[in-house]
Ligand binder design. Structure first.
Ligand code: SF4
Length: 330
């Protein structure tokens, strides 16, 4: 038999694979890639190697953004639409069963681990949202506490060797991983930006502005870090805080209408998105000066959309009032 696993690279999904693989069942690990989680990462690859399984990246960004906009079962505390998201992963894995010649799907979900999305009803809801696959879903970590699945009934999987983990503590999982000698897995619960309150606040702003759409996904990336300013609906400024932010802004500079940098003074790269007014562009230039090495107190030379600009020292008090007005705080 062969199983497809929903695989984040983390503790629970790795352990679920181990439990199934130890029954002599081949497993292919599917790492789902959206705008907010997943994607090529060393830890997931390292864990897949330790488990001895094939790892496949499955990009479902566009359809994931669609469910994020309007999740049937709502969102958790932040922007995370966990029930719909899990159901989408199962559905997508279901569509891949044939391609990988696999028989059923496993996940690392644990009964009671998350009050809203992994209680008994929620786990059943997720199954019901993946019509035709309900019977083919096995949750090895809590299987003994859940209704028997088809792979168990038919003896593809030995139910006696599955687990009965319940609750939020990860103690049992960590002990088992130690016993198996599986090391260096990411922090449990990390990795999904949609559970991050500060990031969710920025995303919520985009949603309120009507820009929570796949075509605006560069903004989803740009809003991950740095300083963000909102002038009005669809008019933003993204200001790098550190080198990694500046690199990201450079990468996406074609996406904006304004790009500010300097070859002569160290400071933030700045990207303006939307049809900015002249005043807003001047604000952006002053913001560069304020966060540059000279902190607005000296004349600097910068490049604004490929044109050189010489900027004298700025009025810091006036700027600080505008910064307070426009900045979206994390
Ligand atoms: S935490 Fe993120 S990745 Fe996990 S189910 Fe929720 S929305 Fe999806």
């Amino acid at each position: 038999m062969k199983a497809l696993a929903l695989f984040s690279g983390g503790l629970d999904s790795a352990l679920a694979i181990k439990v199934i693989k130890d029954q002599g069942i081949e497993v292919i690990a599917l790492n789902f890639v959206s705008h907010f989680f997943g994607g090529k990462n060393e830890k997931a690859e390292n864990m897949a190697n330790q488990l001895g399984v094939q790892l496949e990246y499955v990009n479902f960004s566009q359809i994931h953004t669609d469910i994020l906009k309007d999740p049937v079962h709502g969102r958790g505390k932040n922007m995370n639409p966990c029930i719909d998201c899990h159901a989408l992963m199962f559905k997508t894995a279901g569509d891949l069963l044939k391609k990988y010649d696999a028989d059923f799907i496993i996940s690392g979900e644990v009964l009671g681990q998350r009050p809203m999305s992994q209680n008994y009803q929620a786990l059943e809801k997720v199954k019901a949202m993946a019509p035709g696959l309900e019977e083919l879903i096995v949750r090895p970590l809590s299987a003994k506490l859940l209704p028997e699945s088809k792979p168990e009934t038919l003896g593809w999987v030995d139910r006696d060797k599955l687990l009965d983990i319940n609750g939020r503590s990860r103690k049992v999982q960590i002990e088992l991983m130690d016993q198996y000698g599986l090391v260096d897995y990411p922090t449990p619960g990390g990795g999904c930006l949609l559970t991050d309150p500060a990031y969710s606040a920025r995303l919520k702003m985009l949603e309120n502005d009507g820009l929570l759409e796949d075509e605006f996904s560069p903004l989803f990336y740009l809003f991950r870090s740095g300083r963000v300013f909102r002038f009005d609906k669809g008019r933003y400024l993204i200001v790098g805080r550190e080198e990694a932010d500046n690199n990201k802004i450079q990468e996406f500079k074609e996406f904006g209408n304004l790009y500010i940098t300097s070859q002569e003074v160290s400071g933030p790269d700045i990207l303006g998105y939307g049809d900015l007014t002249q005043e807003e562009k001047e604000f952006a230039i002053n913001v560069f000066s304020r966060y540059s090495k000279y902190k607005g107190k000296e004349e600097i030379k910068l490049t604004v959309n490929n044109e050189d600009v010489i900027l004298p020292p700025i009025d810091l008090d006036a700027l600080s009032i505008l910064i307070k007005k426009y900045q979206i705080t994390m």
